[in-house]
Design a protein around this ligand. Structure first.
Ligand code: SF4
Length: 322
């Protein structure tokens, strides 16, 4: 199977809407072709600067304008972050992602501090990832020079639905940042969230945008909304596992080399449901009891899951060879 960047929405919709067991089987076949299906990448995500964000993402408890339980915290110290990364490495994580609740990166002392964090975590032999909001090409280059391996910048949803979720920036801003990251030769991590009130066509639309980028993202996180009290999406119903499976399996088929990450929402899934997601082509998870500010299964629970499903953690800096 060749890697394609010319998928049409119709082709993706056809895959997305195929009978669920057939879809999982097809995705599983592609997964085996490109990846060791027993291997799952374990990533840890740490919030290095929490809350007080000027943006208005309707799902996010860190937006300053919503009244949530999130406590604002200034940028952590470099040593503290490196210690957390060491702890994550001891618990089996090979990728360490640092998130800051910023609209965009500013060229100031905080950014210099983040560059030091990147250096420190990179020295531990881990894949370092950051999610800091919008970036210029120069800032992306500085991060790359400091040892940044990957940058996360989610599209969140389709271009058509984007304005229903976020009004303080637009879709093109997202795509511009992804381009700056790609040009700086940093691995791209970009995916989205389902369960925000979008239509099926929006899910397909987001997958279409990702799969028709000049190069597919190396990582595609698929998140199920975890509604947080005080945010505009607090009343959204739980995303069904079948909806997650359709997203994961379709992403696997149309972007075969990508690491498809089963991200937020895992805390509300049973082990059996997570096993189905791995069968459908997910091969990456976030470990640790918090995903920035939302709950996530703990390390012990995940160790048990790895044992029961006989999974093995993927080593860092491994290339997809197929
Ligand atoms: S998702 Fe990021 S940019 Fe949006 S409000 Fe939350 S912290 Fe800010």
């Amino acid at each position: 199977m060749t890697i394609r960047n010319n998928w049409t929405r119709e082709e993706i919709a056809e895959i997305f809407n195929s009978p669920i067991l057939e879809l999982i089987h097809r995705a599983g076949t592609v997964h085996h072709q490109y990846h060791d299906a027993q291997e799952v990448q374990v990533c840890t995500l740490l919030s290095v600067k929490t809350g007080g964000c000027p943006e208005d993402c309707a799902y996010c408890p860190q937006a300053a304008r919503y009244h949530t339980n999130v406590k604002v915290h200034k940028l952590l110290e470099v040593d503290e972050v490196v210690d957390k990364a060491k702890e994550a490495r001891e618990n089996g994580s090979t990728r360490f992602c640092m998130g800051a609740a910023w609209r965009e990166v500013r060229d100031n002392r905080d950014f210099d501090k983040v560059l030091d964090m990147v250096k420190g975590v990179n020295d531990l032999g881990m894949e370092v990832c950051c999610t800091l909001g919008m970036l210029t090409h120069e800032q992306a280059t500085k991060l790359k020079d400091a040892g940044l391996y990957a940058y996360n910048h989610n599209l969140d949803t389709s271009e058509e639905f984007y304005g229903d979720v976020i009004t303080t920036r637009n879709y093109q801003d997202r795509l511009d940042t992804l381009e700056h990251v790609r040009k700086a030769k940093i691995s791209v991590c970009s995916g989205g969230i389902i369960g925000m009130g979008e239509m099926e066509g929006d899910r397909i639309g987001m997958l279409h945008t990702l799969a028709t980028l000049p190069e597919h993202p190396e990582s595609v996180p698929v998140n199920a909304l975890v509604p947080v009290e005080g945010t505009p999406l607090e009343e959204q119903p739980k995303v069904s596992v079948w909806d997650m499976l359709r997203m994961i399996a379709t992403a696997r088929i149309i972007m075969p080399r990508a690491m498809v990450r089963l991200s937020a929402g895992r805390v509300r899934m049973t082990l059996e449901e997570q096993a189905l997601c791995f069968l459908a082509g997910a091969n990456s998870i976030f470990a640790g009891d918090k995903l920035l500010t939302t709950p996530n299964p703990g390390v012990v629970q995940d160790k048990e899951m790895f044992q029961v499903l006989q999974l093995k953690p993927r080593v860092s800096h491994k290339e997809v060879v197929a």
